[in-house]
Write a protein of this length. Structure first.
Length: 161
């Protein structure tokens, strides 16, 4: 075979491999759901401190369900999602944000926030333990955030109970 043809085949194969992997990473969350069903630990010994309802960020990034911060008998705090559903995406994180009425990505980046880690699943009930140095009274919103691209997926305003 001609060297030029072999080189063309190798380069085409490499480019196809890279493009295929990039497509899978970016697009597969659009049709793959991750379902979580965590129980609230020791539900009888917790009390609701704040709660809010998730809403869509825009036509492509949607969310619904309830976010509740609960205080345990031991004094720690848990962020609980119930009946939660969100558009899936790459690198989704859960943030508590000091600003309220989050409507767009700039509202998040202009405020102080704390990450509670990776979103466990885009569907279902789930719990996130707040770090001991985080005062829930200082935070007015919870958001689902794509860290890699800096995009808001969904937000909930947290109101005291």
């Amino acid at each position: 075979m001609n060297r030029k043809l072999i080189l063309t085949i190798l380069i085409s194969g490499f480019v196809g491999f890279v493009a295929g992997n990039a497509f899978w990473y970016l697009a597969s969350p659009l049709w793959i759901d991750v379902v979580v069903d965590e129980a609230l630990p020791d539900a009888q010994s917790t009390r609701e401190v704040k709660s809010g309802t998730f809403r869509d960020a825009d036509a492509a990034h949607k969310g619904s369900g309830i976010a509740t911060i609960r205080k345990t008998a031991g004094g720690s705090h848990i962020l609980r999602f119930t009946d939660f559903k969100s558009t899936n995406g790459p690198d989704l994180k859960v943030y508590l944000v000091k600003a309220d009425a989050i409507k767009e990505s700039d509202d998040v980046t202009a405020s102080e926030w704390v990450s509670l880690g990776r979103l466990k699943g885009n569907i279902g009930d789930q719990n996130y333990t707040l770090p001991s140095d985080v005062n829930p009274g200082d935070y007015n919103s919870v958001v689902i955030w794509c860290e890699q691209f800096g995009v808001l997926f969904s937000a909930a305003d947290l109101k005291p109970k």
